[in-house]
Design a protein around this ligand. Structure first.
Ligand code: ZN
Length: 256
C-alpha cells in the first residue's frame, strides 16, 4: 500500500527513521509520498528520496510557513528533480500566514508550469480554492486534498479537476464521524490513504506500537484495514484499488 502523505523528514524521526521505514515496508507499505512543509526541509525530503527508491518527494511551502517561502529555490529544485511533486501547499483560514494566498497561487502556477501533481492542505478554504480552479487556465495535472474534511458535494466539484482525497487514521476517532461518512460516500477510485506521520496519530488500537507517542509509518496497515471495512471491501481489494489510485495521481512522474 502507498502512504499518500507523510513527513519522514521530521526531526522526530531523526533517531530511528531507517528502522521505521523498514518496519513499514515489512507491513506492506510500498511507497511513501513524503511532503516538505517549508524551504528548510525541501532538501531533506529530496535527499531521502535519493536514498530510498520508495520515497516520492513533494516539495513546497505550507500555509503556516508562508512567510518563509522561496520561489527561486522551489523552481531550481524542480528543474533538478524531475520526479518531485509539489506539496504540501494550500490555504488554512484558521492558522495560515497573512501572505498565504499569494504563496499558494505562485506554487499552484509552478505546479501547472512544471506539470507536477500537487498535494493540497485546505482548511476552511474551499471557496477560495474553487474560485482559483474556475479562473485559472493552466492547472496542475492532478490534485490531492490530504486529510480531506469537506463535504461530498465539494469533493464532487473538485473531482472535475482530477482531484483525489486522502484520509488519515485520525478519521478513526469516535468524534470524527463526518470524515468516515465522507469516506464511505466518495467514489473508491478517488480515495487515497495516509498516515501524515509523525502527526495525526490514530486511536491506540490502530497503532502498531501504542507506547510510541508519535504516529509512525507502519500504522498504515491498521488504518487501511479499518478503512476497507468502512468501504465494505476486503483489505486486499481495497489496497489494490488504492495503489492504482496513487499511481494515477502520480501519472506523469517517474514511478515504479
Ligand atoms: Zn502533512
Amino acid at each position: 500500500m502507498i502512504d499518500a502523505h507523510i513527513h519522514l523528514q521530521d526531526e522526530r524521526f531523526d533517531t530511528d527513521r531507517d528502522i521505521l521505514i523498514r518496519q513499514a515496508q515489512k507491513r506492506g507499505v510500498i511507497g511513501f509520498f513524503c511532503a516538505a512543509t517549508r524551504p528548510e526541509d525541501e532538501k531533506k525530503v529530496l535527499e531521502l528520496s535519493q536514498k530510498h527508491s520508495h520515497i516520492v518527494p513533494f516539495i513546497g511551502t505550507h500555509p503556516w510557513f508562508a512567510d518563509e517561502y522561496c520561489a527561486v529555490s522551489l523552481r531550481s529544485h524542480l528543474k533538478r528533480f524531475i520526479n518531485a511533486g509539489i506539496g504540501e501547499i494550500g490555504l488554512d483560514m484558521l492558522k495560515g500566514k497573512n501572505n498565504q494566498m499569494s504563496v499558494f497561487k505562485d506554487q499552484f502556477e509552478v505546479a501547472a508550469l512544471f506539470k507536477r501533481p500537487c498535494v493540497i492542505h485546505c482548511v476552511k478554504a474551499f471557496d477560495h480554492i474553487a474560485a482559483l480552479l474556475k479562473t485559472t487556465k493552466e492547472l496542475p495535472p492532478a490534485l490531492l486534498f490530504h486529510g480531506f474534511s469537506g463535504t461530498v458535494e465539494q469533493a464532487m466539484f473538485l473531482k472535475r479537476y482530477n482531484a483525489f482525497f486522502s484520509f488519515s487514521g485520525a478519521a478513526l476517532f469516535e468524534n470524527k464521524q463526518k470524515a468516515r461518512i465522507l469516506l464511505s460516500r466518495l467514489p473508491i477510485d478517488k480515495i487515497l490513504i495516509e498516515t501524515d506521520a509523525p502527526d495525526m496519530r490514530p486511536p491506540d488500537r490502530f497503532c502498531a506500537n501504542s507506547s510510541d507517542k508519535r504516529n509512525t509509518p507502519e500504522n498504515l496497515y491498521l488504518i487501511a484495514s479499518a478503512f476497507a471495512a468502512i468501504k465494505n471491501m476486503d483489505t486486499t481489494s481495497f489496497i489494490n484499488v488504492i495503489n492504482e489510485n496513487a499511481k494515477r495521481f502520480l501519472s506523469g512522474l517517474k514511478y515504479e
